[in-house]
Design a protein around this ligand. Structure first.
Ligand code: SF4
Length: 339
């Protein structure tokens, strides 16, 4: 795909928090690219820096956090050089965010219609009230809300969790964003509703030919939705590749551990025994010397305690940060992962 299809390029992004306990980098030298119409997954356990990366892209980091260095190139322009007013224009008009729990983002005292209209009014100037209402109802129809004219008059508490998530998506899409950032959009939903919402997100993404960053701890969702995947650990990108690289040729022990901890069928019949990764994501204030995954890694050798591994190119776009990635090849390649 030619370079001109790149919608967003994040280059060496570092976000710093200085607190009484010291200085931490929840986003530490993170780089990746999102193309038009493509979905990039960011995966990792809680506390790996996924949401902080999304907030840094949108410049929504709260104090005492600051973006220390790097670039966020969106449609050829560095967002880190934009003023707050310019960023507000971009957020909503060209970028939209879908959060995990819509109840925290929807205002309980306003109707669904009021809230979607507000979003349209903010970002689409010059429409009459009647046009705004028609567009709001059209958006509710687009996201598959039955009886949209009736739902338009209702309050968030009158809707189910799945319906509220659809309303969030309708609000996010009401301004035809070119980049959608979805942070655990289906985590709070049951499996059937999750499948419907994922289908819906694919549909609206296709409708607007938007790029999407999908943040999730759920590799099943990644397999369903993404073309490329970033695996993060303790603020760092530790593996990056196509969805095939990550699912069929994983090379970082952490990625391999994540894959072994989700259910999948090897032959269509037999459920593989699930494993967990021992230990916890390290406290960013007390990172171990060398590799950050060292305390949990069964492949660790002496060099892992002395030197932090950098990302090395493998095949195509596949990159991994592990001193011993040669040893993880072969037996760990997971054949027949259900997708
Ligand atoms: Fe494990 Fe060493 Fe690779 Fe880190 S660098 S993941 S400790 S083998």
């Amino acid at each position: 795909m030619p370079m001109s299809d790149t919608l967003l390029e994040v280059k060496n992004l570092r976000t710093k928090y200085r607190t009484e306990d010291g200085v931490i980098y929840p986003v530490d030298d993170v780089s990746f690219r999102v193309k038009k119409g493509q979905t990039l997954g960011i995966v990792g356990e809680s506390g790996c820096g996924k949401s902080q990366t999304a907030l840094s892209i949108m410049q929504l980091i709260q104090k005492p956090g600051v973006i220390e260095s790097g670039e966020v190139i969106f449609k050829g322009e560095n967002l880190l050089k934009k003023s707050d007013a310019q960023m507000r224009q971009i957020l909503g008009n060209q970028m939209a965010m879908i959060f995990q729990e819509p109840m925290t983002s929807l205002n309980p005292v306003f109707t669904i219609g009021d809230q979607i209209e507000e979003s349209i009014r903010l970002h689409k100037k010059g429409l009459s009230n009647a046009e705004i209402k028609t567009r709001a109802i059209d958006m509710l129809k687009l996201v598959g809300i039955p009886a949209p004219e009736k739902r338009y008059e209702e309050y968030p508490h009158q809707l189910s969790g799945g319906m509220r998530q659809r309303v969030m998506i309708a609000m996010a899409m009401s301004c035809n964003p070119q980049l959608i950032i979805a942070d655990e959009p289906t985590t709070a939903l049951d499996v059937t509703i999750q499948a419907q919402i994922l289908d819906l997100m694919r549909k609206v993404q296709k409708e607007f030919d938007a790029g999407m960053i999908l943040i999730t701890h759920d590799l099943g969702v990644v397999a369903e939705m993404c073309q490329e995947v970033v695996v993060m650990y303790a603020g760092k990108v530790i593996e990056y590749g196509s969805v095939e690289d990550i699912f069929y040729r994983p090379r970082h022990p952490y990625t391999i551990g994540l894959l072994k901890s989700i259910p999948h069928f090897e032959t269509g019949e037999r459920l593989q025994k699930l494993q967990t990764i021992p230990g916890l994501v390290p406290n960013l204030y007390k990172l171990p010397e060398g590799c950050r995954f060292r305390d949990r890694c069964t492949y660790a050798t002496d060099i892992c305690a002395k030197q932090e591994p950098g990302l090395e190119n493998l095949r195509g776009i596949h990159r991994v940060a592990c001193h011993n990635h040669d040893k993880t090849r072969g037996p760990n390649e997971i054949e027949g992962m259900a997708r």
